[in-house]
Design a protein around this ligand. Structure first.
Ligand SMILES: [Zn+2]
Length: 175
């Protein structure tokens, strides 16, 4: 390889090598961790994690993490936890697909045809928004606990009507 090309390749590699990487992973109920890859952008790490969590009704998972690692740093100094979520039973569909992030007061069901969600309001700090897309249900509460009670109520109503999120969609008239 001629020196010019070598120099070019070295520069290209040096310049594109990320100084930090984003590492999403999930932990199974049994304690085993599943790494989902190492990515150079936060956006890609989130995309990969979200795509994986869509399958969470098929698995027994208890948490997910995205960790940032600074390259060439020794030990824990090189590590920052960007996000941790815990998997709970969904208040609406009752499947173990409800991902809760206690740091940001947000939660989202990744179960098919449910997608119940909770999020702190971006306009009014301290106010919690929640929703259940299949019924276009939206509401605000003042605490995470109240938000979960609201979703529990939807779950109870569905149960009383003998419906599941899957078939409730077909039973709601189209607008
Ligand atoms: Zn759900």
């Amino acid at each position: 390889m001629d020196e010019g090309l070598k120099g070019f390749l070295f520069t290209a590699l040096f310049m594109t090598a990320p100084s930090r990487v984003f590492v999403p992973s999930v932990t199974e109920e049994s304690g085993g961790a599943i790494g989902l890859g190492v990515f150079s952008s936060e956006e890609t790490a989130w995309k990969v994690l979200r795509r994986f969590l869509r399958k969470s009704h098929l698995m027994a998972l208890k948490r997910s993490d995205i960790v940032i690692w600074d390259v060439d740093q020794i030990g824990e100094d090189g590590m920052t936890v960007l996000s941790s979520m815990h998997c709970r039973d969904c208040p609406v569909c009752k499947r173990r697909t409800f991902w809760v992030d206690l740091d940001t007061f947000s939660a989202m069901c990744t179960g098919q045809a449910c997608e119940a969600w909770i999020e702190e309001s971006t306009h009014e700090p301290g106010i919690i928004d929640l929703g259940w897309p299949p019924m276009r249900f939206l509401k605000q509460t003042e605490s995470l606990e109240d938000a979960i009670s609201e979703l529990n109520e939807i779950g109870a109503q569905l149960e009383a009507a003998g419906r599941t999120p899957e078939n409730s969609i077909t039973s709601i008239p189209e607008e």
